[in-house]
Design a protein around this ligand. Structure first.
Ligand SMILES: *Cc1c(COP(=O)(O)O)cnc(C)c1O
Length: 486
């Protein structure tokens, strides 16, 4: 790294240089030592750099440029739907009437916020085909857990206490088995067949009186639409189980098909994916859960209801599983999703689906000659390639991902799903232009050629980033989270 890199502010400290100037203090100073117990007093100087305001500006600006974000470049991270988040969402979320509310305000003084939440629930009911929606869960996995708790409460209310197992296909999102475990269920895995879809014979062989639910990710993590959903629904319902739809990635289904019409009893959505809430960096998210009528009594409370012209919070829900989040959910993300749905309208949402699927299929077909395509089928919003061919040349999928950094791209999701060797999972999203897709495709083709002609170029990547290959195991086990003076 260059010695004069602006980010090395700690090393470029000049004794006596300051970034502020304040008038002399003209009030009597109490001896700090009298107010603070001796144990809490610093014995050594904190070792902060002595720099000007301009130096510190450049320091933080330089650091911010080291991040790759959606607003700085293409981000085809499969399963994460890194689509453009329209700035109108931000404008609306910052309205004083939304941003300056306090969650403990009286209902009568937050009617506008309650109306927005109520209306958002109506839109999500319409989009999913469900009978009621809660906005409380704070993320997708939280929605899954909430949905499973609802299913458990339903079974228990029928005195049906032996349903301890949740069936999860091997092509499901990784949070599904994790949520089932956290909710106290045992996870049973069903295999995919050679078409990448749930193997119905395998499903039939594990379904029984102990089946609480089947959790289905659709389109599954291979980007494929599960074609036998109605048959799966019949198998599970005949056995008395419930059907859970992981709708985190609704991009390929939105306004074309509805989980409620397919027979699902519970669905969760990720407003921070499909409905343009900003995400990455740990949140906040929003994972609303929709349910069919039978499950409404168990929804988290309070429920937002409309009585005449007034919006109310209904706490009188004796069968509710209780609150799953303090207050009412991540309201700011719900405002953004509401703004998105209203500004797109039904036609706009239909175009989202069509373009998301078109972009993914275009990219898949153009890359298919250069990378192995494990499932040669029409894909939905995303698709998977396999780096098997490149691996034989000594270039692993991890190397390909690292090489993409040299071209300013965020790599796709790699090594997931687990049922594809050297998996590369690409989700272009509908908000990218054909020019952007073509530029990325060209780079992927160039990397495939490099793997054949000079593999070390890929094996040693990245070459242009501030840091090269990190020891990822060490970084996870012994992270250095703050600057340490050498
Ligand atoms: C992202 C995702 C989840 C988990 O959502 P979080 O908000 O990250 O908890 C669950 N299922 C699928 C299919 C996803 O893509």
């Amino acid at each position: 790294m260059h010695k004069h890199d602006q980010a090395l502010i700690f090393e470029s400290s000049t004794p006596g240089r300051i970034g502020y100037s304040l008038p002399e203090m003209d009030v009597p100073v109490t001896d700090i030592a009298e107010l603070i117990p001796a144990d809490y007093l610093r014995v050594e100087e904190p070792g902060l750099p002595e720099v000007s305001e301009l130096d510190i500006m450049r320091h933080y600006t330089a650091l911010s440029k080291r991040n790759h974000g959606l607003d700085s470049g293409f981000y085809p991270l499969g399963s994460c739907t890194m689509k453009y988040n329209p700035k109108i969402n931000e404008v609306v979320a910052r309205f004083n009437g939304f941003a300056h509310l306090h969650p403990l305000q009286d209902e009568s003084s937050v009617q506008g916020a309650l109306e927005l939440m109520y209306d958002l629930q109506q839109h999500l009911k319409e989009i999913t085909g469900m009978d009621e929606v809660t906005l409380q869960p704070a993320a997708g996995a939280h929605g899954e857990w909430t949905g499973l708790m609802l299913i458990r409460a339903f079974h228990e209310s029928n005195g049906d206490n032996k349903r301890t197992k949740v069936i999860v296909p091997d092509s499901a999102h990784g949070t599904n088995p994790a949520s089932a475990t956290v909710a106290g269920f045992e996870t049973i895995t069903v295999k995919s067949n050679e078409d990448g879809l749930v193997d119905l014979d395998d499903l039939r062989s594990v379904v029984g009186e102990d089946t609480a639910a089947l959790m289905l990710t659709n389109p599954n993590t291979l980007g494929l639409f599960e074609e036998n959903i109605l048959e799966m629904a019949a198998i599970i319902h005949e056995a008395g189980g419930k059907l859970y739809y992981d709708g985190a990635n609704l991009n390929a289904v939105l306004s074309k098909a509805r989980p409620g019409d397919m027979g699902f009893d519970v669905v969760h959505l990720n407003l921070h994916k499909t409905f343009t809430g900003p995400h990455g960096g740990g949140g906040p998210g929003s994972g609303p859960v929709g349910v069919k009528a039978e499950l409404i009594p168990f929804l988290p409370k309070p429920i937002i209801d409309k009585k005449g012209e007034e919006y109310v919070l209904d706490y009188d829900r004796p069968q509710s599983i209780g609150r799953v989040k303090p207050y009412y959910g991540n309201f700011g993300i719900n405002v953004r999703a509401y703004t998105y749905i209203r500004s797109m309208g039904p036609d706009g949402l239909q175009a989202v689906t069509e373009n998301a699927v078109l972009n993914a299929n275009y990219m898949m077909r153009r890359l298919a000659p250069y990378y192995d395509l494990p499932f040669d089928k029409h894909c939905k919003h995303e698709f998977v390639l396999s780096g098997r061919r490149q691996k034989k040349l000594g270039v692993r999928t991890l190397d390909i991902a690292k090489r993409l950094l040299d071209f300013g791209y965020h790599p796709p999701t790699i090594y997931f799903p687990l049922n594809v060797e050297e998996c590369i999972m690409i989700e272009p999203t509908e908000t990218e232009s054909k020019e952007t897709l073509d530029a990325f495709i060209d780079v992927m083709i160039q990397i495939a050629k490099e793997a054949e002609d000079h593999p070390e170029m890929v094996q040693e990547a990245p070459h242009t980033t501030v840091v090269g290959r990190l020891d990822e195991a060490l970084a996870a086990r012994k992270p250095v989270l703050r600057y340490q003076k050498s």
